[in-house]
Design a protein around this ligand. Structure first.
Ligand code: IPE
Ligand code: IPE
Ligand code: MG
Length: 244
C-alpha cells in the first residue's frame, strides 16, 4: 500500500510535565516551564514536515481543579510565553489562535489582552496555523454550539430541518480548521480528556511514552511516519485481493 500524505492537521495533548518534574525532584511547574522548548521545537518541526494546522492542548476546563499555585503559574506562564515569543512566531509565518473560554472570569484581563494582541499580530499568517486549546473542553464547545443553534431557532433565523452535521461544525471554535488527521498524546496516557471529541471522530491516535518536556521534532516525525503507514478507511471496505 502506498503511504498516505503528511497529515494536514495534527493535534497534541501535551501531557507528562508534572511527572517529568517530579522524577527530577522538582516542583510540577518546572515541568511546564521545560515544555516551552518542546513546543517551539515541535512548531519548527511541524513547519519542516509540511503540517499546516497544529492544535496544542495547554489547559483544560478541568485543569482548574489543580492547586492555586499551579493554576496561577500556568496563567502567568502562558502570558509570558506570548509576550516573549509572539514576534518570533509571527516572523515564522505562524498564525496563533486560542480556542476555549478566554472570557471566563478566572482568566486575567492581562492574559486576555495578550491573547487578543497575539492573535491580531499574527492574523493572516499562513505557514502554520497554531491553535492553543486553552480553558478548552470539547463538551463545552459542543454545548456552546448547541446553545447558539437553539437561540437561532428560537429567533426564527434557523430552521430545525437545517440543523445537520455541518451546522454544528460551523459553530465550533475554529470552524475553518480541517478535522485533525492525527491526535498525539504524550506521556503514555491513553485517554482523550475532553479534547476535540467532535473533530476527531475519524482521527488516528498515537500515545507515545515520551513525556512532553522530552518531546522533540524527532518524536513528531516518528508519529507522522507511523500515521502515514496506517490504513484509514472512514467506514469503507478495501478488498485485500483486488485492492478496490
Ligand atoms: C500537562 O502535563 C500540562 C497540563 C495539563 C497543563 P501535566 O501537568 O498533566 O503532567 P502530569 O500528567 O501530571 O505528568
Ligand atoms: C489533559 O491533560 C489536559 C492538557 C494536557 C492540557 P490532564 O493531565 O489534565 O488530563 P487527565 O487529568 O490526566 O485526564
Ligand atoms: Mg497530565
Amino acid at each position: 500500500m502506498s503511504e498516505r500524505p503528511v497529515p494536514e492537521h495534527v493535534a497534541i495533548i501535551l501531557d507528562g510535565n508534572g511527572r517529568w518534574a517530579n522524577a527530577r525532584g522538582l516542583h510540577r511547574t518546572a515541568g511546564h516551564a521545560a515544555g516551552e522548548e518542546s513546543l517551539f521545537d515541535v512548531v519548527n518541526g511541524a513547519i519542516e514536515i509540511g503540517i499546516r494546522w497544529l492544535t496544542v492542548y495547554v489547559f483544560s476546563t478541568e485543569n482548574w481543579k489543580r492547586s492555586g499555585l499551579e493554576v496561577e503559574f500556568l496563567m502567568e506562564f502562558n502570558e509570558s510565553l506570548l509576550l516573549r515569543r509572539r514576534d518570533e512566531l509571527n516572523d515564522m509565518g505562524v498564525e496563533v489562535r486560542f480556542i476555549g473560554d478566554r472570557d471566563d472570569g478566572r482568566v486575567t484581563d492581562r492574559l486576555r489582552g495578550h491573547i487578543a494582541d497575539t492573535e491580531a499580530l499574527t492574523a493572516g499568517n499562513e505557514v502554520l496555523h497554531l491553535l492553543f486549546a486553552f480553558n478548552y473542553g470539547s463538551r463545552m464547545e459542543i454545548t456552546d454550539a448547541v446553545r447558539s443553534i437553539a437561540s437561532e431557532v428560537a429567533a426564527g433565523s434557523l430552521d430545525p430541518d437545517d440543523v445537520d452535521e455541518s451546522a454544528i461544525a460551523a459553530r465550533l471554535y475554529a470552524p475553518d480548521a480541517p478535522d485533525p488527521d492525527l491526535v498525539i498524546r504524550s506521556s503514555g496516557e491513553q485517554r482523550i480528556s475532553n479534547f476535540l471529541l467532535w473533530q476527531s471522530a475519524y482521527a488516528e491516535y498515537l500515545f507515545p511514552e515520551t513525556l512532553w518536556p522530552d518531546f522533540r521534532t524527532e518524536h513528531l516525525r516518528a508519529a507522522v511516519d507511523e500515521y502515514r503507514g496506517r490504513d484509514r478507511r472512514f467506514g469503507a471496505a478495501q478488498d485485500a485481493v483486488t485492492g478496490e
